[in-house]
Design a protein around this ligand. Structure first.
Ligand code: NAI
Length: 483
């Protein structure tokens, strides 16, 4: 069986070499195809951080084991880590945070065991990176949450929770504020939950979730979140179990899976051979289990757990009165501990059952579309305009453009209504949302919207627009604060 390997930047090559040394010593029948990805590939002129040959190899092999990669600072270059996850639709990012015996934390000292799996949506949200300056003062980020994308990751989370014999699955969200986007994610969560009556499914607002995780992490089992919130919550969970050096992750898709540590390239310690390879090793163990080498995975994991229990540590954790070992020494000690069993959480030696690799030859991009809503029609438009005038003047000018089709419903600034009612204490920026709705309630068409756009553009620069859709009586858009 062959997998693609990219060593990465910073500490990537050091920890990857250490992990592959452990795999080789464990005689896992895996071949590695080393591919060109990372900062140095950007530097060679490949704007997405990987060569076309690397892309082809990964698409043919279906599995990428990667070290952390640096995103060059400055405009115009996107993170190759995010590009990889998005390009290959690895929609679920599974991150496992477990108490490791020998890694002292406030919770281990208090005798509170932690076993939390965070499933983070991996494609959508603000990670679309679709951002624009609307005026010289106002930046906009578009946040996509889709029904099919949410269903993919939530279904994965429930299925994984069932296999793990989890008791509880929790949706973290901010649907009290982002009622439409996080509201959609939450609706999908409870829709899928109906198919898993044996699991206790509940939801917690993300700020409360952070508080609860840092006070009683043992109450949680599987947590599923949207992309950005999942990113933040999973670093919080890494802190609970001893730091980023212990946080593995798997990016799961239907065709391609990527295994990597949660942490980055650690430029502050790169090139010193002192980094902790545990997170990458645990990610690699998850990968070899994924391809069916169960016994090899258990032998390696038991040796790692035994090593940690015996007090061996790299410089980022452990008993500071005992000297730290370096990355290579840490790997060598793990190898010397093959066959040993940790006192706590020993893994059973299940037989190897290698999975036959599936070669996917796709002829077109898969299209994810759910059932259309009935009675969908356009009822208005939000015109985002640039202006440094006062709300009364904006409204006065806008009303002149409504014609026979539109009425101006309200004017808002940074999401707060400032006309027809508002407060003089609301600070303004030079970008307003002017909301127009159908004058007599009848459905509008795109030509009507363009007519309004042309008319309004006589008075204002229109930065962007959003159609106001309605499904039957249900409005598919949010109200302004105070509307
Ligand atoms: P980072 O995770 O690289 O480092 C944060 C802190 O944790 C540093 O003090 C570092 O020394 C320490 N640390 C991280 N991994 C460690 C390990 N294995 N052993 C011991 N200490 C470790 O985060 P930072 O500094 O924000 O990002 C550095 C670069 O990494 C950036 O270019 C970022 O874009 C990239 N990055 C890449 C990721 C990936 O490839 N999946 C994920 C996160 C960041």
């Amino acid at each position: 069986m062959k997998i693609a390997v990219a060593k990465g930047d910073g500490i990537g090559p050091e920890i990857m070499d250490a992990v592959l040394k452990v795999f080789t010593a464990a005689t896992i029948p895996l071949e590695y195809d080393f591919v060109e990805m990372g900062k140095w590939v950007f530097d060679k002129g490949f704007s997405n951080g990987m060569t076309p040959a690397a892309q082809l190899t990964i698409e043919n092999l279906g599995i990428l084991f990667k070290g952390p990669m640096e995103t060059p600072k400055g405009k115009g270059v996107k993170s190759v880590n995010v590009t990889a996850r998005k390009t290959w639709n690895t929609y679920a990012n599974k991150r496992v945070f477990q108490t490791l015996h020998g890694v002292e934390t406030v919770f281990s000292k208090a005798g509170i065991p932690i076993d939390v799996t965070v499933v983070r949506e991996n494609i959508e949200d603000t990670y679309g990176g679709i951002e624009h300056m609307l005026t010289h003062d106002v930046a906009l980020s578009r946040r996509f949450i889709t029904r099919p994308g949410s269903m993919q990751v939530i279904k994965y989370a429930f299925e994984m929770a069932k296999k793990k014999n989890a008791k509880r699955i929790t949706c973290g969200h901010k649907a009290n504020i982002m009622k439409i986007t996080d509201g959609l994610f939450l609706d999908c969560f409870y829709e899928v939950a109906k198919e898993y009556p044996e699991l206790k499914a509940d939801d917690v607002i993300v700020d409360d979730l952070c508080l609860k995780l840092v006070t009683r992490p043992d109450k949680f089992d599987v947590v599923v979140l949207t992309n950005l919130q999942g990113d933040i919550v999973s670093d919080l969970c890494a802190g609970l179990v001893g730091g980023l050096g212990f946080a593995p992750s798997a990016n799961i898709g239907d065709h391609i899976c990527i295994f990597e540590a949660v942490h980055g390239t650690a430029p502050d310690i790169a090139g010193k051979n002192i980094a902790n390879p545990t997170a990458l090793l645990l990610s690699g163990v998850a990968m070899i289990r994924h391809v069916g080498f169960m016994e090899n995975a258990a032998i390696i994991e038991n040796a790692l757990l035994y090593t940690l229990e015996s007090g061996v540590h790299t410089g980022d954790f452990g008993d500071t009165t005992r000297p730290a070992v370096n990355t290579t020494e840490f790997a060598n000690i793990i190898i010397s501990n093959f066959g040993k069993t940790p006192i706590v959480n020993a893994k059973p030696l299940l037989p190897n059952m290698p999975v036959t690799p599936t070669i996917f030859k796709l002829e077109k991009n898969p299209m994810l579309v759910s059932k259309e809503m009935e009675d969908e029609h356009i009822v208005g438009v939000d015109m985002f305009i640039e202006s440094a005038e006062q709300p009364e003047m904006i409204a006065h000018k806008c009303q002149r453009h409504g014609g026979v089709k539109f009425k101006l419903v309200n004017v808002s600034n940074r999401g707060t209504q400032v006309w027809p009612t508002g407060s003089l204490f609301t600070n303004l920026v030079n970008q307003y949302n002017t909301r127009f709705e159908s004058l007599d309630g009848s459905a509008l068409n795109q030509q009507d919207i363009i007519g309004l756009y042309v008319s309004l553009s006589g008075d204002f620069k229109i930065c962007s627009l959003e159609l106001l859709n309605s499904w039957g009586d249900k409005k598919a858009y949010s109200l302004a604060q105070g509307q």
